[in-house]
Design a protein around this ligand. Structure first.
Ligand SMILES: Nc1nc2c(ncn2[C@@H]2O[C@@H]3COP(=O)(O)O[C@H]4[C@@H](O)[C@H](n5cnc6c(=O)[nH]c(N)nc65)O[C@@H]4COP(=O)(O)O[C@H]3[C@H]2O)c(=O)[nH]1
Length: 730
């Protein structure tokens, strides 16, 4: 409002000075109006000419206080901060001949500040050129407060919307997104909410990875009016995929008509990854990342169910590595782990994507071959498994080879639930082991018997020594140059009360596992030493006797003491005792082996490596071990006359042994040809069926000892026992 208000522009009927009702009734009417009706000059002070009674309630001033030139200028009642605005509005109204409608604050007489609405008109009085303002001022403090509260609430909600870490949106089916917050734009990879809204038009096909996910969302929304924790995979702007969780509801107006969907979006990619990780850990073997027992059971159950519906077969293939423990112990756990990883990889390659490969722990694996129509298809996979597992594998510059024993059970022929199938495949695997390892066996009723027998065997093995069921057979060793018998190897047998003579191949591993090898080994040591001594006492020339010592005996601290005691008790010269230990057994704990063997060596006992060539001894170890003899494994002697590879291997071993000053004994010599080839190669000694099978002590004496030295009674005894000398076991 200009202070001069010099331009009267409106000349209305209100200025005609022709009242249309009596002055009193008009005043009464104005007094009843809520607010202050006024007429004033459009001058600097807003000099009031008329003020209605409402001024008291509005400003705290009586009308009289505001009227006339000496009175309080209304201009001064206007809040100082609002005066310029009010002035401008009035001025504009004057210039444009428009009504004014303004809101501002006034200072009441009591110091209170009130918001008022001032609506009025600038009128020209007659032709004097004086502008007059006529209007009504009303207290709108309450409304203003309400408006401000509303504004504040809106500001708060907008701030929440703008700054929320969760994505928030409003959308409709037809229009897509109506509004989204910056967090949602960020989550979906857009620069701003507006970019998201304009780019992401078809939510159903552009956003969700899984077709039909949007429809599913709508279906739930239609049914329940709300969607909770709706988890989906969605595409971000750059095409990458994330996981989100949505909570949404349908917003309706008071009449119940649908307006839009309103929802929040949380990026749960990390949570999903964590969940997946935890689930993976709970269902997979940590080393090989193959399925673990729990997942195997689950997959097997599912496969059985599907096969049942489709009339197909499922094969459960139980696989156990042969002699894995030796590799683990001799080459270390790290190498053992690498081997398991290699095997896991090979097994994965042997089966189809839909099959399952699981590791139960240790060296036990299970394959679930689904959708099989007959044993033939299973057989080809199993053969592939046997061949692939047995492929050589190189570690630390060495070539290592392992084989496996495989047991197979078929659904539905061998069981109709996962527990039975696993149990039966395990039993069949046990049978495969028994049959010499590196082969596969299908479950048969007999397999169960084998397992039960196994358990019974262990329990009777415990009492075998005290029940005097153990016996030793002796197999001669011959010098290949002189053709003379030079010693005997003691080989244990078990005369089982029901099963007859049992091979050490069958019960020694059992004794090792059941912790019975110590007692059995001690018995062998005593019996063999006493026997050698008895032969001498009977008048035969001193004969060297070799015993087999299991790696577990070697690991026991009392072996050296035991040997020394037995030698002392029997009076056998230490050099007549030879201790044979397998190559792999010796390498199990090579430093410990060296120490024990050195002590044995110190008391005069001779040491030989058995089954040489099948283990993993390194040259440096061979050099450091206190050895006397290398016994070449019979697998290299087999067909040595025609098998060039074997021929070269044995020749190389002879050369190696020569340079290490060790004697070489060839095992398993069965034919004259083999005998002659070994002679030509320069091998020192031989052992094998060609010269003699393992036989009981009395037969050994009769067949292989030089009876020329015997006094009559001993010779007589040897002759008397001769008829009993049929080989009970090879
Ligand atoms: N095919 C063929 N085989 C031949 C020939 N000559 C000997 N053999 C067999 O080859 C095995 C040689 O013993 P080994 O390699 O120490 O292998 C032994 C040894 O590792 C273990 N063993 C035997 N007695 C004992 C023992 O008292 N203690 C321990 N810890 N292990 C023993 O059991 C294994 C098997 O013993 P056996 O069944 O007696 O089998 C013996 C023997 O009967 C041949 O010309 N052809």
């Amino acid at each position: 409002m200009t202070r001069t208000m010099a331009n009267p522009i409106i000349d209305t009927a209100a200025t005609s000075k022709q009242p249309i009702m009596g002055i009193h009734s008009l005043e009464a009417l104005l007094a009843n109006i809520d607010g202050m009706v006024y007429r004033c000059l459009a001058d600097k002070a807003w000099t009031m000419e008329f003020v209605s009674q409402g001024s008291l309630a509005l400003t705290g001033h009586l009308p009289a206080e505001l009227l006339g030139e000496k009175a309080i200028a209304f201009y001064d009642i206007i809040h100082p901060d609002d005066r310029d605005g009010v002035e401008l509005a009035i001025q504009t109204s004057l210039e444009n001949s428009r009504r004014y409608d303004i809101e501002y604050r006034i200072l009441r007489k009591d110091g209170d500040i009130r918001w008022v609405s001032d609506r009025g008109t600038a009128v020209k009085r007659g032709d004097q050129g004086i502008s007059i303002l006529e209007g009504i001022i009303q207290d709108i403090t309450k409304r203003k407060k309400a408006d401000e509260d509303l504004l504040e609430a809106e500001r708060r909600y907008r701030s929440i919307f703008e700054n929320a870490v969760e994505g928030i949106y409003q959308s409709t089916l037809e229009q897509g997104y109506l509004a989204v917050n910056p967090a949602l734009a960020r989550t979906y990879g857009y620069d701003s909410p507006s970019q998201l809204i304009s780019n992401l038009r078809d939510i159903g096909s552009q956003l969700y990875v899984d077709n039909g996910r949007r429809l599913e969302f709508m279906k739930i929304m239609d049914e329940h009016g709300i969607v909770s924790n709706f988890e989906s995979r969605v595409y971000r702007k750059d095409g990458s995929v994330i996981w989100i969780s949505e909570n949404a509801r349908a917003v309706r107006n008071e009449a119940g008509n649908f307006l839009f969907y309103e929802g929040t979006v949380e990026d749960i990619t990390q949570r999903k990854a964590n969940e997946a990780k935890i689930h993976f850990q709970a269902t997979h073997d940590p080393l090989t990342k193959l399925a673990n027992r729990a997942l195997l059971q689950e997959r097997l159950d599912q496969s059985i169910e599907r096969a049942r519906q489709e009339g197909k077969c499922v094969a459960t293939v139980f696989l156990d590595l042969d002699k894995f423990k030796y590799i683990n112990d001799s080459l270390g756990h790290q190498v053992g782990d690498e081997l398991l990883l290699t095997i896991a990889e090979r097994l994965r390659h042997c089966v189809r994507e839909s099959d399952t490969v699981a590791r139960l722990g240790g060296d036990e694996f299970v394959l679930v071959l689904v959708n099989q129509s007959n044993d033939k298809s299973v057989e080809s996979t199993v053969q592939r498994v046997l061949a692939d597992v047995a492929k050589p594998w190189s570690v630390n510059g060495m070539e290592v080879q392992v084989t496996c024993s495989v047991g197979i059970s078929m659904f539905p022929a061998h069981g109709t639930d996962s527990t039975a199938l696993l149990k039966h495949a395990d039993a069949a695997m046990f049978e495969a082991k028994r049959l010499g390892r590196n082969n596969s066996q299908y479950f048969s009723e007999n397999s169960n018997g084998v397992v039960t027998d196994g358990l019974e065997m262990v329990s009777s093995l415990r009492r075998a020594v005290e029940n005097q069921e153990m016996l030793l057979h002796y197999q001669p060793k011959y010098d290949l140059r002189t053709g003379r018998m030079v010693g005997a190897e003691a080989l244990i047998r078990w005369r089982h009360p029901k099963r007859g003579l049992v091979s050490p191949i069958e019960f020694i591993p059992m004794a090792e596992e059941a912790g019975l090898i110590g007692g059995i080994g001690e018995w062998v040591l005593q019996t063999a030493c006493r026997q050698s001594r008895d032969w001498q006492n009977a008048g035969y020339p001193p004969i060297s006797v070799a015993i087999n010592v299991s790696p577990m005996q070697l690991e026991r601290d009392d072996l050296v003491h035991q040997v020394a005691t037995v030698l002392e008790q029997t009076g056998l010269a230490p050099e007549l005792l030879e201790i044979e230990i397998t190559e792999s057994g010796m390498m199990r704990k090579v430093e410990h082996s060296m120490a024990v063997l050195q002590k044995l060596k110190n008391i005069g006992v001779r040491i030989s490596i058995d089954d040489f060539g099948t283990g993993y001894s390194s040259l440096s170890h061979l050099k450091r071990l206190p050895l006397d003899t290398l016994k070449v494994d019979k697998s290299f002697v087999r067909n040595i006359s025609s098998d060039h590879e074997n021929h070269s291997i044995v020749k190389a071993i002879v050369l190696l042994a020569g340079s290490l000053k060790l004697k070489v004994v060839a095992e398993g010599v069965e034919t004259e040809e083999e005998y002659k080839v070994l002679q030509n190669i320069g091998c020192d000694e031989m052992q094998g069926y060609f010269k003699g099978r393992p036989v009981p002590a009395n037969c050994f004496a009769e067949r292989h000892l030089d009876t020329g030295h015997l006094s009559w009674p001993a010779q007589k005894i040897a002759q008397l026992c001769a008829p009993n000398c049929h080989g009970l076991l090879p």
